[in-house]
Design a protein. Structure first.
Length: 75
């Protein structure tokens, strides 16, 4: 099975190793943002995707999750 974002082999949550690592980071950091800003999951993903300081892998994950319309934790 291929990664949902790139053509690498998928290992976890439908992502390759690099995108899976970025996905875990995006999930983990959401809790911090949520406490600080009282922000929804979709608002958070949008902010991550447009933030110039966000890494490329995390941006790709955030954009993918927004397009897929997935809720937190892939639901």
């Amino acid at each position: 099975m291929k990664c949902a974002i790139c053509s690498r082999e998928a290992l976890q949550n439908g992502f390759c190793e690099l995108h899976a690592r970025a996905y875990r980071s995006v999930l983990k950091k959401y809790e911090v943002w949520k406490k600080a800003l009282n922000i929804s999951w979709k608002e958070y993903l949008s902010e991550v995707a447009k933030n110039p300081f966000t890494g490329e892998w995390a941006k790709e994950v955030a954009e993918h999750l927004l397009k897929a319309g997935e809720g937190q934790n892939g639901s």
